[in-house]
Design a binder for this molecule. Structure first.
Ligand SMILES: NC(=O)c1ccc[n+]([C@@H]2O[C@H](COP(=O)([O-])OP(=O)(O)OC[C@H]3O[C@@H](n4cnc5c(N)ncnc54)[C@H](OP(=O)(O)O)[C@@H]3O)[C@@H](O)[C@H]2O)c1
Length: 245
């Protein structure tokens, strides 16, 4: 019989078939967690899982398109059946599709961005919460961005304030608001909810122009996903500490 305390923790990371999400899965897996790699495309998810297994990580692929309630609900049912609980949820999947200034941005782009970057994480969180409530240390990390900080983007002196991206930036601001509201609802439970900024990280999203490696980008997320019981909730952090909203 395996005592509960030495059972592997179970983590779900959305959009984990590549980029920072894949690296988060690798780092959590190396810490001994069973990692469920969420991917909207099953083939891409399976390929990623095989790479991590070759690295000795207990990785499984799970189909989750964060814009499809059906795949989200199916994933929750599967996790319930196979593990009976979830310890870590990283809402990592995100898109960046701004191609015009705010005055000219096609409303379709704004809606598409919100579907993936805001409604997706909220829907996944709602579906996974019953499973997270069964964990002895539930942790939710929402993948935000420094571009979601109104304090930073409205400061002309901030290094990236020239990036006038109505859809992307405001979707991450709204995701930060969701972090605050979920954290308030879950205060008094064993679940902590925080937002993370990985910094400007070289991935497909920015055609590898980012100045940080995925190893560096994943670090703050892994820290928030493994916070001790007296750690913070309802906050926004990068690798160096708390960020302004
Ligand atoms: N890179 C940076 O500098 C940076 C900075 C701040 C914040 N972030 C945030 O970090 C997160 C990861 O970004 P990244 O840089 O690693 O980008 P990436 O390499 O483009 O990875 C994005 C991931 O999200 C997945 N995804 C997109 N739409 C999805 C959907 N509807 N359902 C499920 N998965 C979906 C993608 O899947 P497919 O392969 O199927 O497209 C991919 O796995 C994003 O939330 C991003 O906003 C990135």
């Amino acid at each position: 019989m395996t005592p509960k305390s030495i059972e592997r923790k179970v983590a779900l990371i959305t959009g984990a078939n590549k980029g920072i999400g894949f690296e988060i899965a690798r780092q959590l897996g190396r810490k001994g967690m069973t990692v469920l790699l969420g991917a909207r495309d099953e083939g891409r998810g399976q390929e990623a899982v095989e790479k991590l297994r070759a690295d000795g990580v207990d990785a499984r692929s799970i189909q989750v398109d964060v814009t499809s309630q059906e795949t989200i609900d199916r994933a929750a049912r599967r996790i319930e059946k196979e593990f009976g609980r979830l310890d870590v949820l990283v809402n990592n999947a995100g898109i960046f599709v701004d191609d015009a200034p705010p005055s000219e941005l096609d409303m379709k782009m704004l809606r598409r961005t919100y579907e993936t970057n805001l409604f997706g994480p909220v829907a996944v969180t709602q579906a996974m919460l019953p499973l997270l409530r069964r964990s002895l240390a539930g942790r939710i990390v929402n993948m935000s961005s420094g571009l979601g900080s109104l304090t930073q983007t409205s400061d002309p002196g901030w290094v990236s304030s020239h990036l006038n991206l109505l859809a992307y930036n405001s979707s991450k601001t709204a995701l930060n608001a969701a972090t605050v509201e979920f954290a308030k609802e879950l205060r008094g439970t064993l679940i902590k909810v925080n937002s993370a900024d990985p910094g400007y990280t070289a991935t497909d999203m920015n055609h590898y122009r980012g100045t940080r490696s995925v190893e560096q980008g994943a670090r703050v997320v892994v820290r928030l996903a493994t916070l001790p019981d007296d750690g913070p909730t309802g906050g926004f952090f990068d690798e160096d500490g708390a960020l302004p909203w």
